[in-house]
Design a protein around this ligand. Sequence first.
Ligand SMILES: Cc1ncc(COP(=O)(O)O)c(C=O)c1O
Length: 540
Amino acid sequence: MPVMKKTENKSQTSLHNESTSTPSLRETYQLGSLGTTLRAALASREARSIKRRLPEPSVLGKQSLIDFTSNDYLSLSTSPLLRTRFLQKITAKDRGQILGSAGSRLLVNPDAHHRLERRLENILSRPSRNESDTPQVGILFNSGFDANMSFFTCIPQPGDVIILDEYIHASVWDGVRASRLAQDCVKTFEHNSIESIRTVLDRLLNVIPSDTSSASIAERLHSGSSSLFVAVESLYSMDGTLAPLREINKLLSQLFPRKNAYLIVDEAHATGIYGPPSRPGCGRVSQLGLDGGLGSPVGVTMREMDDGEECRVLARLHTFGKALAGSGAILLTTPLLTSYLINYARPLIYTTALAHPNVVLVDSAFDLMIEGETEQLSTHLLALSAYLANLLQTELDKARISPEIVCLPPHLLSPTLSRSLESSSLSSNDHHDISSPLSSSSSSPLHPPTPIMPLLTPHPRPLSAFLLALGMNARPITWPTVPRGKERVRVCLHSGNTKKDVEALVSGVVEWARGWTEQIEEKKEKNVVVVDSLQTQSKL
Ligand SMILES: Cc1ncc(COP(=O)(O)O)c(C=O)c1O
């Protein structure tokens, strides 16, 4: 068969001949001025060592590296128990459609999705409701990102006000940016600082109008004609800090007697890990007794309920992609807001609903939670976290590593951290032997343990590379993901990690820090020698 030469390709030939100024194919791929701009942006990131890249492809569960990076906190993605449960459920004879979902929720409304929502409404809220508890309705989203985008774009109305923790997730920011709020109605407060929230609110409640023809923000908030939203994460993804939810709730109750201030809680990283003793894994809102629904009495005990404080939590988000080994999310809020979202939330309306296998997987993960299977995993996880904080601080102190090289964040530093570890609650490599850190008197860091631990260092890439060479995967995190000057290696612990893994991590970090310190001192000495010899020369 005759082979057509490239130049004989008709379309190409005509392309080339149309005019001498027509770009060549190669030039076409360069994308002209668009290409120039994109390449310049990427080159600038490369020059500043902040260009993002996908990591090496990996097969979860088959990595030779120790995982200190994924959000698979309970190691459920490789759990034989979850896998078996999922397979049983998905192959059950009475299960109908088992593959996709065949359309948007507004087009087809699969029974499995509907049932999962009703089930999670029950699991994630107080079981024996007070008379005054208000029902919460769950609505599934394809991702936590979509849920945050939907909520913050749609629900706040023109004239309303949002205040955000400065470390709030990008999806909340994007939702707020796409909302109909004026710029002066969006404020941030210092991470987890009640004082800062109070200051921001005091200012908002006392704003003097520049234009006397319209009601000021303060007047609108005082009268109740505008609403205030406070957006927080219950467990912050980059810092491993827990939001002071009860304190914020109390402040809103005090400052907004007209009850027009609402708390919106993103439980993405807390789901599956924290919860009240009777419902482990149901999140921090439940753990702190704020899950009765908007306006219901706060508290898990009668004594706490006596003070008359009401829940100000209007909505909370539980995602399935982290500790629960699935994907998607459920937003729990009032029936009115749910109906509004179904009408106006574009990421909910104009997208294909979660595929059936994912819904079945999430249902199976909640089975394990209800049956108490995940409780021992989270107990081990939090014990391991307390052990890591204690051991690392002790070893960094012993090796006299300067905090300018690497250190734990302030919320994890406590006088008790440098205590001897001999009496630690961890006694073996087998995680079932680890008792709860919360009941251990030998390890009582200031902050309750969380699976996320940032190792603050101005040199996150070399530290991460050093750990990688030792077979440990802990990723460097730099600006713009975290603020400048707050670079870190973010360590995420998992239920599948062992005490031995943690010890290897600590000795790797200390070894790197020692070597890095020596390098810096050598450089300093060389500089001194050079300066000395220059001074001697100039004297001669
Ligand atoms: C705090 C927080 N909220 C929301 C999301 C988005 O959730 P999803 O991964 O389900 O889109 C993430 C994920 O990174 C997150 O960390």
